[in-house]
Design a binder for this molecule. Sequence first.
Ligand code: HEM
Length: 161
Amino acid sequence: MLYNSILFLHIFFAILWVGGVMFIGWGVFPATKNLSGLIRQKVINNIMSHAHLPLALLGLAVITTGVLLGVWVGPINSVNSLITTNYGKRFMLAGVIGVATLAWGTWVSYPMMKRVLADSFIWQQAEKGHELFMNRQLFKAQFVASIEGIGFMTLLYLMVF
Ligand code: HEM
């Protein structure tokens, strides 16, 4: 029962974490395309500032419940079981990728997007109809953000296969 409750929370938090990040990339960004430059800047900035902390906390909750599943209600009870069993190695890999994915989103991808949003020149140009600079910067920031997506897919693979 305890195992199932933690697993329930683990999967629930993971749905919100992965789904939340994907929704911003695939839902919010395309939906703001038709807005004028300065309004688009404001809308994306507000949504990202609002979503950043909850999403980071959800990532932390996924990692924490994952650790509880492996160590508290799972079979990992010594360093030996961590490094010699298949379960332990897989668990360690998931932990490292989970932390790296969360760190990438928090300290690399999010600050980069905030820098792009703070660059008033590109948004003013976009407001006047010159979208090249804005598109170029947004593309770079989205490319950096997509590395988080690779982390999510790798984690999902490790959880299922
Ligand atoms: C995107 C992130 C993640 C997703 C979508 C995810 C999803 C899942 C799912 C669906 C299960 C159930 C698997 C099953 O019962 O066969 C599971 C179990 C588990 N997850 Fe995750 N997980 C994620 C991240 C993590 C991380 C970062 C860790 C390690 C710290 C972790 C550790 C575990 C453990 C130990 C189990 C229990 C496996 C077992 O007892 O067989 N997960 N996860």
